[in-house]
Structure formats: C-alpha cells, structure tokens
Write a protein that binds this ligand. Structure first.
Ligand code: ZN
Length: 452
C-alpha cells in the first residue's frame, strides 16, 4: 500500500519504474549507495525502454499518453490484488516478456468491457398518461398494467439505459442484459409525476410506479427521457405561482434522478401544419420556460446540463422547405444545436434504436414504439431480436494502459486469440472497438455528452 501511494503521486512513467523500487526495497538495501544508484540508473533506462516498446507507447508522443491518462482516470472499473500487470495476454505477443520484473500486484487494473457479439439495439418505449382505474387505452396506461409491464420486461432481461449516454457512445450494459429506453411524452401531467410532501414521486403516478419498481429491483435502473410541453396545461389547482413552483420542484427531482427533460414543443403543436417561424417559436418558448422554472427554484445550475432533443408531437414531420429547415436548424438558448429528433410508431412496424456507430443510426430520425400492452408482449416474445450483452475483463493493465486505446486494442486482440474473450464489439467507458481474432479497431470515442 505504501509503495502504491508513493508511485501514484509521481508522473505517468512511475508504474513503469516501479519494479526498480521493489528491487531496491526488498533485496538491495545493504549495498553501498553509490553502487545502487548507478545500477538503478542503468536498470531504469533499460526498463523504461523495454516497457515503452512492449506496451506500445512508442506509437504515442508522451504528451498524448499523459493526456489520455489524466482525462480517463475514471475508466478503471476494478482494481485487483491478485494478478500482475504486464503479465497477461501480452505474454503471448512477446515471449521474453515474462522475464521482466513485475510492478506491484496491487497496481493491476481490469476493465469490465461489455461485448456485443452481434450489433446491439435498444427499443425505445413511449408512454403517455396514466390512470388508477379501468383498462388501459392507447395513451393512458393503468397503474396495474404499467407495473406488470415493468415486471415482464425485467424478467426477460431488459434493463433501462440512459438515452443520452447511449447517444454519446456509451453502450455498456451488464452481462446478460438487454438495453431498453423508457420515454414519456406530453409532460407534465400530475398522473405522470407528482411529488409527495417527502419529495418522492407519489405511488399513484406513472413515474411513482417506476420509482417503486426500481427501488425493489435496483439493477433494472431508473433512466427516463421525458418530452415536455410546458405551455398547454395547468399543473394542479393552486394559484399560477404555486403551480409553477410545484412543477419546477418536480422537474428538479426528475433531472436529478436521471429522468431528463427534453422538448416536445410548448403547446403540443402539429408540426405538419406549422410554418418555420412557428416551429422555432414553439421549441424556443418551451426551452425558455424550462429555464425559467429552474431559475424560479434557484436551480440555474442545472441549465448547462440540458440537452437539445426534440420529439415530434404525434410523430408528424414538418413539410419540406422552411419548416423542416427550422426543425433541423433549431438552436437552444445556450446555443446547442438540435442533437436528436424522435419519431413515434406502433410495434406492428418494430424499429429499434441502433448503436451510435451503426450505418442505420440516424440521429434526426430515431424510432420509438408506443408502449401499449402489445408492444411489451412483442418485446417479451421477440426478446432475441434485442441482443443481450456479453462481457469480458480486460487486463491486467496499468492505470495508464487502461485508458490508452492503442494499448487496449492490442490487449483485446491477444485475449481473443488466447480464447479468454469472445469476438464482437467491445464497449468500455471511453471507447468502442470492433474486434475479431485478426484485427481490433477503435470505431468510436465516447463523448461527455452527445455531439451529433
Ligand atoms: Zn405528444
């Protein structure tokens, strides 16, 4: 532990010179200091050269590897005290590598990569309003049916994912699980979400049902994409100001619990019959109002994190010409260009969100399926059309290596060739690789947020 700490405080070269420290402290303490220093200097040079060569750093200028290391320190999924860095699959590539002194075993890191053996897709279900009694209709799902939907999806391996993260290139899903996006339109109705006096979503609201389900089944996750119309309905029966404050607090809860709020126009207009200026005004006014609400309850700090995504009311596209230009060219109050546009359809024409690297991925025409009972049954009966994730632990690696795509691709290739990992698309926190037993290629870097 003491060694690990002293090493971590040095430069990015330290994990490579670590072996020298081990030699010094364990077996050479009784040698004269000058002799040791000379020997250590020679060894250091030799070790540094050796490690650079075999770790692939020769390809990278030093400043680049340092930048990657500092930018991606969060990419380490797990530290292990069992294995030796530099002694894994790399041994297959470089035979005499096993003679190299090993860094402190406690420094070894492993990356949990999601492996997609076939290209992943994620269904996006679209909910609307909720009711407490009676049978579900197309746009009003009963609380009971909704709870059953979630249970069925969960039992069949689905877990919810963050739409924003997927679009940004983060397509990691736990092993054996199928990705699912939950979305909701026409917010904010009180049957969709109302907060209790304790500040939790009420159990008799749609989001309340999902929140309760998540608390009982945390691995199902709680991620929502909420498309709001903030200008076409009241929120409760209090005074205008009371309503606005309550709505604003509800929105803050949503954003802080990864139920992100996006744009569905201010008054739910039919874009097919709206001209360009009208479309811009509807999107802009909804965005402005969202920001006013956040400011009203002293949470302007949430504004920079807002994304610019639009769901078409009723799935209706603007006519060609200035109306379409207005939609595609819409820029939010912070100057963010429109990042994604969402359509809507029925499960009779099943269509799922593709991987962000896929040729079929079109950010300005992303498919959603109305979440009626038929749609949920379809996803259960046809779950094989939504591949489940595999996984593989990549390593052992050093801190620096674990964030270096040039090293990771070699490590993945060696592990596939050793039969330790399957072929497929590899997703880590920062990268997506396409990998078979002959070639591993970096195909996408994960962005902080989605940049179309
Ligand atoms: Zn709508």
């Amino acid at each position: 532990m003491r060694l690990g700490l002293s090493i971590a405080s040095q430069s990015d070269m330290t994990s490579l010179s670590n072996p020298i420290k081990t030699v010094k402290e364990e077996s050479m303490v009784d040698l004269p200091t000058c002799f040791f220093l000379a020997l250590a200097a020679i060894l250091t040079l030799f070790q540094a050269y050796y490690a650079f060569e075999s770790a692939g750093y020769a390809k990278l200028p030093v400043d680049k590897s340092a930048a990657i290391a500092s930018a991606g320190a969060g990419g380490i999924a797990k530290k292990s005290s069992e294995a030796h860095p530099l002694h894994g699959a790399k041994a297959a590539v470089s035979a005499d590598r096993s003679t190299a002194p090993l860094p402190d075993a406690s420094m070894a890191v492993y990356i949990d990569a999601t492996v997609w053996e076939t290209d992943p897709v994620a269904p996006i279900l679209l909910y609307h309003k909720f009711k407490t009694n009676g049978p579900s209709t197309l746009t009003m799902v009963s609380r009971l049916d909704f709870a059953e939907d979630l249970e069925k999806l969960y039992q069949n391996g689905y877990v919810t994912i963050s739409l924003e993260r997927w679009l940004a290139g983060d397509i990691r899903v736990p092993e054996g699980k199928r990705p699912l996006v939950l979305s909701m339109d026409d917010l904010f109705f009180r049957n969709q979400i109302t907060l209790t006096p304790e500040g939790e979503p009420a159990a008799d609201t749609g989001i309340g049902v999902a929140w309760e389900f998540y608390k009982n089944n945390p691995d199902f996750g709680f991620h929502w994409a909420l498309f709001s119309n903030l200008g076409d309905k009241p929120y409760g029966t209090g005074s205008q100001e009371e309503q606005q404050i309550e709505l604003a607090r509800t929105i803050v809860w949503c954003i802080e619990h990864d139920a992100k709020v996006y744009n569905h126009t201010f008054r739910h207009v039919d874009l097919k019959n709206t001209k360009g200026l009208g479309i811009t005004a509807e999107l802009w006014e909804n965005d402005k109002h969202l920001r006013r609400l956040l400011t009203l309850v002293d949470r302007p700090d949430l504004i920079p994190g807002l994304q610019n995504m639009v769901a078409l009311p009723g799935g209706k596209w603007p006519r060609v010409g200035d109306a379409q230009t207005a939609l595609y060219g819409y820029t939010d109050p912070e100057g963010k260009k429109v990042q994604a546009i969402f359509n809507v359809d029925y499960i009779s024409r099943p269509d799922f969100l593709a991987a962000p690297y896929a040729r079929s991925f079109d950010p300005v025409n992303l498919p959603r399926m109305v979440a009626n009972l038929k749609a949920v049954d379809y996803l259960v009966e046809n779950k094989e059309t939504v591949p489940a994730a595999s996984s593989c632990k990549i390593g052992p690696l050093t801190d620096v290596q674990s964030n270096d795509p040039d090293f990771l691709d070699e490590q993945i290739l060696a592990m596939i060739q050793n039969g330790q990992c399957p072929q497929g698309v590899y997703a880590t926190e920062h990268f997506i690789f396409s990998a078979n037993d002959e070639r591993v290629e970096l195909i996408q870097k994960v962005e902080e947020s989605f940049q179309p």
